[in-house]
Design a protein around this ligand. Structure first.
Ligand code: FES
Length: 117
C-alpha cells in the first residue's frame, strides 16, 4: 500500500479533547489511494499537524505511540537521532538536520472538531 503525504480536506480526526494541551497524537488514515501517517501537536489552543516522517532519514518520529515531544513539551523530538523541531513551523533547530523542515499536514478546528484542511 502506498504511503501518502497528503490527505483530502474535510476528514474529521476527532474532538479537540482528543489532544490535551502540550501533548501530541498519532493519526493513521486509510484512504483509497493509500495510507497516511501523521501527527498533531497541541500547544495551548493551537493545533499543528505534520506528516510523520523525519527530515533526517524519513523515519516515523515516534518509536512509542504518541511520544513526539520533548519531556518539557517545548519541541518535537525525533526518537531516532534526536532531531529537535519547533512546534509552530516544523523547522529543525537541533540534531542532525538543522534547518530542514517537517512536512506540514494542514488541519483546522471546526465546530469543536479537528479536521483536515
Ligand atoms: S531519523 Fe529522525 S533524527 Fe534521524
Amino acid at each position: 500500500m502506498d504511503r501518502l503525504t497528503t490527505t483530502p480536506a474535510g476528514v474529521t480526526l476527532g474532538p479537540l479533547a482528543l489532544i490535551p494541551q502540550d501533548t501530541a497524537r498519532n493519526f493513521v488514515l486509510e484512504l483509497r489511494a493509500g495510507r497516511f501517517h501523521g501527527f498533531v501537536v497541541r500547544k495551548g489552543d493551537a493545533f499543528h499537524g505534520y506528516v510523520d516522517s523525519c527530515a533526517h532519514m524519513a523515519l516515523p518520529l515516534a518509536q512509542k505511540l504518541d511520544a513526539y515531544l520533548t519531556p518539557d513539551a517545548s519541541h518535537i523530538q525525533c526518537s531516532w537521532h534526536g532531531a529537535l523541531y519547533r512546534i509552530e513551523d516544523g523547522t529543525c533547530v537541533g540534531g542532525p538536520c538543522v534547518g530542514a523542515k517537517l512536512m506540514p499536514w494542514p488541519i483546522a478546528v471546526r465546530d469543536g472538531m479537528i479536521v483536515t484542511a
